[in-house]
Design a protein around this ligand. Structure first.
Ligand SMILES: Nc1ncnc2c1ncn2[C@@H]1O[C@H](COP(=O)(O)OP(=O)(O)OP(=O)(O)O)[C@@H](O)[C@H]1O
Length: 278
């Protein structure tokens, strides 16, 4: 079994809990509590849970976009939560995120080429001379023409913008990609294309992926191993090779009652393939 590239140990986060020592503790439930998981090299790990179950908080804490209150994030064995800001900045590029809403994720006043080049510049990954070619290669990797670099986000559809967000994440040359509900805001016909793009990139680039969603059937289709979250906690891990029928937790079974979208997704993918060939 491959070694874990990333582990979290007892990760916890409570929003709005900061207080002066003389103030009474606010009665805020944790957004994330005792989250312990491991992501193996080259694996896709699924995370599923209803709205408010702590999935995004988990993603943000793992990528250290948010400092967790408790626990550790070990990347290649090194505890990132202990690193000072300067050292963390050098490691940050290895764990990249793609979020749900590609509309708010991109700067409307920045051309796509500049958005991608900025990431390379920040992480010292390409000289000015190399940037143009690298931007074109990144766009090509996500299925967009090199000419897209000259345009602003408003020129693109939701699915194309999500491709740009994926290209921006790849610009940092990450080892771990966290996709937090990357298709939830997209049309069903586009969802399948983005899911397939992510699966293809994972294979081609050897990425390790955490794929977050609220549809257990879809997540189980994408990820061999799935973590189920409820109220900020991991309540069940469905191991590789297990069937959804093996789910032990009542909540996991309740998630299975949710309207299945997998068939819809499959049908939409076939349709988009037919349209591409027509
Ligand atoms: N910045 C914040 N400030 C205060 N509370 C927050 C903040 N972000 C999240 N929360 C709260 O933390 C809890 C977990 O939210 P989180 O966004 O992690 O859940 P989620 O499972 O990703 O939900 P969704 O699927 O709706 O995005 C929720 O109760 C939410 O209201």
């Amino acid at each position: 079994m491959p070694d874990p590239i990333l582990q979290t140990v007892d990760l916890g986060k409570t929003y709005g809990a900061r207080r002066r020592f003389w103030q009474k503790p606010a009665n805020v439930p944790p957004a994330l509590a005792d989250a312990t998981l491991e992501l193996r090299q080259g694996e896709i790990l699924g995370v599923v849970g209803e709205s408010g179950s702590g999935k995004t908080t988990l993603a943000r804490c793992i990528a250290l976009l948010e400092r967790p209150d408790t626990g550790r994030v070990l990347f290649e064995g090194e505890d990132l939560t202990k690193l000072p800001e300067a050292a963390l900045r050098r490691r940050r590029r290895y764990i990249q995120t793609v979020f749900q809403d590609p509309y708010s994720s991109l700067n409307p006043r920045q051309r796509i080429g500049d958005t991608l080049a900025e990431v390379m510049l920040v992480h010292g990954l390409a000289s000015r001379g190399e940037q143009r070619d690298r931007v074109a290669a990144l766009l090509e990797q996500v299925g967009l023409p090199a000419t897209a670099a000259a345009n602003f986000p408003s020129a693109f559809s939701g699915g194309q913008r999500q491709r740009i967000c994926i290209a921006r994440a790849l610009a940092a040359e990450p080892k771990v990609l966290i996709a937090d509900e990357p298709v939830s805001s997209l049309d069903v016909s586009v969802q399948a294309q983005i899911v397939n793009l992510l699966l293809d990139l994972k294979e081609r680039l050897g990425l390790s992926v955490i794929f977050i969603g609220h549809d257990l059937q879809l997540i189980n289709f994408i990820a061999p191993r799935v973590i189920v979250m409820l109220g900020g906690r991991i309540v069940e891990t469905l191991p590789e090779g297990s069937s959804l029928a093996d789910a032990k937790h009542d909540y996991t079974r309740a998630l299975l009652q949710a309207v299945p979208t997998l068939e819809k997704l499959d049908a939409a993918y076939r349709l988009s393939q037919q349209q591409n060939m027509a």
